[in-house]
Design a protein around this ligand. Structure first.
Ligand code: COA
Length: 579
């Protein structure tokens, strides 16, 4: 079928639907919802048999829904309606939620239901629910709705009654640090995570707070900021404390809390040293899982059965210069441990999205140079990638549970094996960010893996890859099913098997021989120098495309047109195929 995806942005859910529908043989084109007339034009050009709206911020015009079947993805169960569906569900702490695919009509969220899928809720950030449970449920529900539409014998039913919930306002989200418990504060910040955040004050100054995490050991006077650790600030509640990871100040952009309040944060005392990992004598990374208390920690390490697991849970998968350097130090430390296999676990929601575009943008906003910060950041990413490539005494695995993009994908490919959770989306290309050339040794890692022709196509086409597509194109080595917890268990089982494999020594010898041969052929330093020469042009050259694209990405500027590689119906000479 010819299906038009009408969407506010090409976000991860839209990417997932594009990939799922394309892999089932449907003919998909995409139009951003910019104006009624633009959407009408897209419909006239593409002549879709069906329109799917995975992510809209306003209603579809009557001129379209009255003539074409339009399926809206609503992040709420059957009968739920309103623009803050997930926010209310998280803040109220409901046990079960869902996604409904319904037909667009005059009344919002009230049309006949084509499919719906429910799921149990987790008490986590809205963005995490959206990228996991909602994306899974929406994907299943849309595929079912499309099948039902194709079959021609399904009659959608209207919900029996509609429970409309209004837009959640900042007054509904407000935190009272003198009465709210840790659980309440967390629920409020979780419900606002990603966007819009909770309007609050820090150091007596207004800001929006995001990215909260409970602390159960450290306590203080309710409302006071009592500690900092790396990029996060700890604020006491009436029964504990909450780490605030990210902050947006008025007129500013979302930043790590200790950067947004750099001067004020420098006067806050650092949280006490983290405890030593079990079974190690010199570790400074606390074991992340199965600990008796909760705290915030972006880099963590644990060890079991001759396997080391390195976790790096950076917000949104963005990795600043300092974060890359800290992770490199952690990796170098882990490589000196008596382990045979090292697994890079990344974070639950993102593995890595490459250089930290917000921190880079902030450099220019605070009077510094975005080009210099980009340069430092990409060099730190390259140093980290090199640290991983140069691992002669271990087999390394990138266990990609959450999404990965740009340089983050090539950091993963620098490991000997890449195992991807079914459901994760990879974007192993750079061009969307103002024609960025990219580094992270991609020009060595990608062609070596998929061949020159396919490497060129991946970079050129700039399309997202599902786990299945990544495996089919041999970008990855395995697809593992299940949710994040099931994935982690499976990764641990497989990594342990790898460490105890009778052929382990031979595998390591072959790995070293292959690396030595490649180095002989062309040194890694040469790949890096070539890539960085191109990146230098992107950062310091005449063409400002990268700086412009980064600025719009970070500032979340509204799109004024749909990129041509997505809007196929706008290709020159595009014609509706003969039916
Ligand atoms: N630096 C800073 N922030 C980043 C980031 C990066 N490299 N990559 C993603 N983010 C942020 C987004 O701004 C967004 O922020 P929000 O919490 O304020 O909404 C959040 O992460 C989620 O991004 P979003 O685009 O909504 O996620 P997605 O899962 O729908 O899409 C990508 C994933 C990878 C397609 C998209 O995030 C992207 O294009 N990222 C940029 C990758 C890049 O160019 N990196 C630099 C070159 S190495």
């Amino acid at each position: 079928m010819r299906i038009l995806l009408l969407t506010h942005a090409y976000n991860s859910l839209t990417q997932r639907l594009w990939a799922e529908l394309t892999s089932r043989g449907h003919d998909i084109s995409i139009e951003f919802d910019i104006a009624d007339s633009v959407a009408e034009e897209a419909v006239a050009l593409f002549k879709p048999q069906l329109i799917v709206a995975p992510y809209l911020r306003r209603a579809i015009p009557e001129s379209i829904w009255s003539k074409h079947l339009c399926l809206i993805v609503h992040p709420g169960p059957v009968g739920d309606g309103g623009p803050s569906a997930l926010d209310w569900a998280i803040q109220k702490g409901v046990a079960e939620w869902g996604v409904t695919v319904l037909q667009a009509e005059a009344e919002m969220d009230a049309g006949p239901v084509w499919a719906s899928v429910n799921f149990p809720m987790r008490a986590v950030k809205k963005s995490s629910i959206y990228r996991n449970e909602v994306t899974e449920a929406a994907s299943a529900a849309v595929l079912l709705a499309v099948e039902r539409f194709e079959s021609g014998d399904f009659t959608p039913q209207r919900p029996e009654k509609l429970h409309w919930q209004p837009l959640m306002k900042q007054a509904d989200r407000a935190i009272d640090w003198h009465t709210d418990t840790t659980a309440t504060v967390l629920a409020k910040i979780n419900a606002a995570d990603g966007f819009p955040g909770v309007a609050d004050t820090l150091f007596g100054q207004p800001c929006h707070v995001f990215d909260a995490c409970a602390e159960s050991e450290l306590k203080g006077v309710p409302g006071e900021i009592i500690a900092r650790r790396e990029t996060a600030l700890l604020r006491a509640t009436i029964d504990g404390a909450v780490w605030i990871g990210h902050v947006k100040r008025p007129g500013g952009i979302k930043l790590p809390a200790t950067l947004a309040f750099a001067v004020e944060a420098s006067t806050v005392s650092p949280a006490s040293a983290l405890c030593v990992p079990a079974g190690t004598s010199d570790g400074w990374w606390r074991v992340k899982y199965d600990t008796p208390y909760e705290t915030w920690q972006d880099i963590a390490y644990e060890e079991a059965e001759r396997v080391g697991y390195l976790y790096f849970d950076f917000y949104n998968g963005a990795m600043s210069t300092t974060q890359c350097q800290r992770l490199q130090a952690a990796l170098a430390w882990a490589k000196a441990r008596p382990v045979r296999v090292l697994v890079l676990m990344g974070g639950r929601d993102f593995w890595s999205n490459g250089i930290h575009l917000n921190v880079i943008e902030q450099a220019s906003l605070s009077g510094g140079s975005a080009a210099d910060e980009s340069w430092h950041n990409i060099n730190a990413m390259d140093d980290l990638t090199r640290e991983l490539i140069d691992s002669p005494y271990q087999l390394t695995i990138a266990a990609v549970s959450g999404n990965a993009g740009a340089g983050g994908c090539f950091l993963a490919r620098a490991a000997d094996g890449v195992w991807v959770r079914d459901g994760a989306i990879l974007n192993p290309h750079y061009k969307n960010m103002g024609n960025l050339y990219g580094s992270e040794y991609w020009s060595y890692l990608l062609p070596r893996r998929v061949g020159h022709e396919k490497a060129a196509a991946i970079m050129r086409d700039r399309q997202p890859m599902t786990a299945a597509r990544a495996l089919a194109s041999v970008f990855s080595d395995a697809t593992l099913g299940g949710d994040a917890e099931a994935f982690r268990s499976d990764v641990m089982r497989r990594a342990s098997a790898l460490a105890h494999d009778v052929n382990f020594a031979m595998t390591l010898i072959s790995k070293r021989a292959a690396r030595a041969e490649d180095e002989e052929d062309k040194p890694l330093a040469a790949y890096r120098a070539e890539e960085l020469a191109m990146m230098q042009r992107n950062f310091y050259g005449f063409d400002p495309s990268y700086h412009v694209a980064r600025h719009h990405f970070v500032q979340k500027s509204l799109a004024s047109w749909t990129p041509r590689h997505l809007a196929r119906h706008r290709d020159l000479g595009w014609k509706v195929p003969e039916e």
